[in-house]
Design a protein around this ligand. Sequence first.
Ligand code: COA
Length: 352
Amino acid sequence: MNRTKIKGVGHYVPERVVKNTDLEKVMDTSDEWIVERTGIHERRFGARFEESTTMLAKKASEKAIADAGCQPSDIDFIIFATLSPDYFFPGCGVLLQRELGICETEIGALDVRNQCSGFVYGLSVADQFIKTGHYKNILLVGAEMHSMGLDFTTRGRDVSVIFGDGAGAVVLQPADKGDSSEILSSHLHADGRHAEELAFINPGCHGGVHGNKDKQGYSDNEWDSIFVTQKMLDDHLLFPYMNGQFVFKTAVKKFPEVITKALKSAGKSPDELKLVIPHQANLRISQFVQKLLRLRDDQVYSNIQKYGNTTAASIPIALSEAVEQGVVQRGDLVCLAAFGSGFTWGSVLLHW
Ligand code: COA
């Protein structure tokens, strides 16, 4: 069996900075409320009609590929994690392949739809392919362009103040003999009972079978589409929904559980960790997790203050920054952990 290492990493965030005070102008919210509840001061929004999830991913991927010392044509598989794809289908993986100019290689492209845990899930999938020798240069990217689909009115304020745009990418390769960098383990979990507690339900092909039929205004004509209805537009049902307090309560339980599980599997203790990179959901959640695991400030990475929650992109952006800043050196013990919609959650323990 091979061992897998992250050879290259890179990230890209759009230039446009949107401060809390900018949001105050379009909805009933305040800088004070947002900072106190989430820790977020500002986020980045992509350029409308110029950037998209795939375009952000392209820039992050180019950096990761260069950092790995290879060319786009060396990539032999793409894994793309996002909840804000350019198209409902096809997935962003093939669009990224095209943007990177490597369609002639005909390499496979897989889209991962595990929201905030998407990068961690993708890392685990990539790890299996590298370990078994199936692929040698996997590009894994997490990217989001949330700003295109949020409700920037007071009605949507509990959700829309939290999210931001960005992308992060890694290139995974087999570790060389004697290499101190490797993925040690991954731990993936889900609990579908809470699927609708943090969800973007419409448009969709569900037809109300999960119990939300009344609100959608479906026609009795069996040949009419149920994917999107006029009522969905009229009643503003085409935006994400979040049961914030329930998400918070579950997240502060699941993050420590899955980090502890990763450490136990490797026979390590929290004090041996150089860094935990939690999915940047909410600064308060990270602080809770830090306290519960008795970690020092320097052991938990946070950048949500400047980017908000970038969902599948948040861990690779944070990893890329931590490496860039020299916070993490080769061989250091790092735990990546995520929790989000589904609910899905997971962790990856690695020697950077
Ligand atoms: N600005 C100002 N007021 C807001 C607001 C905003 N952006 N969003 C909600 N409010 C109001 C509510 O309407 C409510 O008003 P009311 O008391 O008059 O009814 C009040 O603030 C409190 O709302 P509540 O939802 O109870 O706040 P909270 O303390 O739970 O904080 C979250 C809301 C979303 C910040 C918090 O629940 C949270 O962080 N949850 C986890 C979210 C998360 O991590 N999501 C991503 C997971 S991957």
